[in-house]
Design a protein around this ligand. Structure first.
Ligand code: 1CP
Length: 337
């Protein structure tokens, strides 16, 4: 993984899968039931370590991703957060500059300390040739949940705020940029070797706003991290942004990008992989379907992107209905056994 990120073409691509820990694994569901609610699991270093290790034991991925969630930052900033069964995350929304006083920027680490402890444990317990990935949500995506109060279909509230009061909304984004830099630096100090920034909802922004609320904040985070750790690999994941991914790569300074499922492979090999290593992009639904359809696409992705620095992954996270045996087959194909 680290070789690929430094620009090497490896014999076989390293692989890991977004959301590789989670509900598709029976052993995860067991721990999840024991932990109580999802936040308790995220803040329990022993159990969070265990669920991070579960997929590695089964499939031997080349990277482990810290078990946590992108919404721990708003939670650490004091925004009430709950994860409801079948509904996903729910927060008390913040929709104007005058509500920003509710956020407590003084010390996010009080709340987030257990996460750093999980990273520290993992850096000792993962296999030697396995890379430890830390992560955070990118500010735009984290802000969508903070402002909408939950997952959204139309992003009406956040867009209305960003369009009508860019200065006020910019203050929220500044808070998130600073918190994210601090959070990721602590993860790196605890042992994370690579970090990934998930900008899942970057694709809902038009060009100029994409530059302002996705490229600019990401660039500031990359700079903040590289000031302390110049060689730290940072993977960007601006999902659903089409050709705008080129400007994202050129302007943010990310080390590599993760490609979503909709990115054309030939185009990516030519236009994106000539700039940085790429990661991706099997459709998570093909991992549900399995069989020949899945296997053919895995081979095609590998053949098209494997000639330049490449990390095999999905185009988005594993879904809960994924049969674990399909993940085993994927691992077998990638390893060439
Ligand atoms: O057990 C449960 O019921 C909770 C489900 C769950 C899990 C397993 C949530 C709630 N978060 C997570 C873990 C998680 N989230 C990881 C762990 C590491 C891994 O194994 O990969 C990571 C990297 C995330 C990142 C995350 N959370 C993103 C970005 C990536 C993506 O998938 O787009 C987003 C958008 C979230 C928000 C979130 N947290 C949880 C849910 C169900 C959601 C999505 C809500 C929505 O669809 O809007």
């Amino acid at each position: 993984m680290l070789n690929s990120l430094s620009g090497e073409v490896t014999d076989r691509p390293p692989f890991w899968l977004m959301r590789q820990a989670g509900r598709y694994l029976p052993e995860y569901r067991e721990i999840r039931a024991k932990a109580g609610n999802f936040l308790d699991l995220c803040y329990n270093p022993e159990l969070a370590e265990e669920v991070t290790l579960q997929p590695l034991r089964r499939y031997g991925m080349d990277a482990a991703i810290l078990f946590a969630d992108i919404l721990l930052i708003p939670h650490a900033l004091g925004q009430p957060l709950a994860y409801r069964e079948g509904e996903g995350p729910v927060l008390d929304p913040i929709r104007s500059a005058k509500e920003l006083g509710k956020l407590d920027v003084a010390d996010i680490h009080k709340t987030l300390d257990p996460v750093y402890e999980t990273v520290g444990r993992l850096s000792q317990s993962i296999p030697k040739d396995c890379t430890l990935i830390g992560f955070a949500g990118a500010p735009w995506t984290v802000a969508t949940y903070m402002v909408e109060g939950r997952g959204s279909k139309d992003y009406a509230n956040i867009k209305n705020w960003a369009y009508s009061d860019p200065a006020g909304f910019g203050t929220l984004m500044d808070i998130l940029v600073e918190a994210t830099i601090e959070y990721l630096l602590k993860q790196v100090e605890a042992g994370a070797e690579v970090v990934q920034l998930f900008d899942t909802w970057a694709g809902v922004l038009p060009d100029d706003e994409f530059r302002k609320w996705a490229i600019e904040p990401t660039k500031r985070i990359v700079e903040g991290l590289h000031t302390q750790h110049p060689d730290l690999p940072v993977i960007g994941f601006p999902k659903g942004v089409g050709g705008n991914i080129i400007d994202f790569v050129r302007e943010t300074g990310v080390t590599a990008v993760s490609l979503d499922t909709g990115t054309p492979l030939d185009w990516a090999a030519r236009e994106v992989q000539s700039l940085v290593p790429v990661q991706g992009n099997l459709d998570p639904m093909l991992l549900v379907t399995g069989g020949a359809a899945m296997e053919e696409r895995i081979v095609q992705i590998r053949e098209t992107l494997g000639k330049k620095p490449f990390i095999f992954n999905l185009g988005h996270g594993i879904v809960p209905q994924t049969p674990p045996e399909n993940v085993a087959r994927l691992a077998e194909i990638i390893r060439g056994s």
